[in-house]
Design a protein around this ligand. Structure first.
Ligand SMILES: NC(=O)c1ccc[n+]([C@@H]2O[C@H](COP(=O)([O-])OP(=O)(O)OC[C@H]3O[C@@H](n4cnc5c(N)ncnc54)[C@H](OP(=O)(O)O)[C@@H]3O)[C@@H](O)[C@H]2O)c1
Length: 297
């Protein structure tokens, strides 16, 4: 197949792209600069230079492709609308990437939320995530009413070394950076808040399985485990050679530095179970987050 991948130079998109190439697919990769274009071209990807705001470029590339995988942003409604419009009545697959902070709370690290979500659990997102949830619903609705095999993959905290140009994920690398400054693994508040997590290679396998088999309008959480942020901090500490030494990171300081991201990606609970993915035949087998962080896998 020929697939258009947005975010082809990023962590998830680059890793997905690499696997698609390994499986013999052609890839058109959306990139934002000439430099990135050259870099992805070296990896066997046909670069499409543009941004998520360039609806005409997106639409043209989507029509040239047999399917689209959108990993550049979970929050760019305009790009998703442009892709849906371009693919209407084509029957082609459209995989949109969401993120499991759609189920997060506002715990500031101080409580473990017993709520564990599956794909059918009623969801009332925090205000900051309402727009993301609306995009997910729009994509699934396109799978019902617009003749597109449109589906959503919703990864949790992704960990492990990526296979594309960008090898680092989001939460663990940022925590590692700040932990280096303090000489201790950091967590916010008491650090007893919990996040589900997923190993990058397993997540990539899910994209390929969903591309092949997922019915229109389906939704897939992606997780293969769960840890408290204190446990994550302990692994970071061990990796950095601090022997498991940990410190709390004041929520106000973290939010001053990283804004709402710190609040909802580090200090919240986001606990899900990937039932739909497993029913589709997904069988994650990668290292746990602790193993991957401590051994840099
Ligand atoms: N990593 C995680 O743990 C995780 C978990 C759940 C959900 N997600 C979501 O999944 C998405 C991708 O995450 P990631 O970790 O792969 O991020 P990433 O490494 O930052 O990659 C994002 C990619 O998208 C491109 N991009 C961003 N904005 C763009 C725009 N306006 N126009 C064109 N290209 C654009 C970037 O291009 P440049 O190379 O030019 O910057 C980069 O290639 C994000 O929405 C994120 O919230 C991530």
């Amino acid at each position: 197949m020929k697939l258009l991948v947005t975010g082809a130079s990023g962590y998830i998109g680059g890793s997905v792209t690499q696997k698609l190439r390994d499986a013999g697919h052609e890839v058109l990769g959306l990139v934002r600069s000439e430099e990135k274009a050259r870099q992805v071209e070296d990896r066997g990807i046909e670069p499409i230079i543009g941004t998520l705001d360039d609806s005409a470029i997106l639409a043209d590339a989507a029509r040239r492709a047999d399917g689209v995988i959108n990993t550049a942003s979970s929050d760019h409604r305009g790009a998703v609308e442009a892709l849906v419009t371009a693919l209407e009545r084509s029957g082609k697959p459209l995989i949109h990437t969401s993120g499991s902070s759609i189920v997060c709370d506002d715990a500031l690290g101080d409580s473990e939320n017993p709520a564990i979500y599956n794909e059918d659990t009623y969801l009332e997102p925090v205000p900051m995530r309402q727009a993301r949830v609306a995009i997910d619903r729009y994509v699934r609705e396109a799978g019902i009413s617009k003749g597109i095999r449109a589906v959503v993959i919703c990864p949790t905290m992704v960990y492990g070394t990526g296979r594309g140009l960008q090898s680092d994920s989001d939460q663990v690398p940022k925590l590692t950076l700040r932990s280096k400054e303090r000489g201790a693994g950091l967590y916010i508040g008491k650090g007893i808040n919990r996040w589900s997590n997923v190993y990058i290679d397993d997540l990539v396998d899910l994209y390929l399985l969903v591309l092949e088999k997922a019915p229109a309008a389906s939704f897939f959480f992606a997780e293969n485990g769960e840890a408290s942020l204190r446990e994550v901090a302990e692994s970071v500490s061990r990796f950095l050679g601090y022997g498991g030494r940990m410190e709390t990171w004041d929520a106000k300081d973290a939010i001053a530095q990283y804004g709402d991201w710190a609040r909802f990606a580090l200090a919240s609970n986001s606990r899900v179970r990937a039932g739909n993915a497993r029913r589709l035949g997904w069988s994650p087998h990668g290292p746990t987050l602790a193993e991957a962080v401590e051994r840099q896998l």
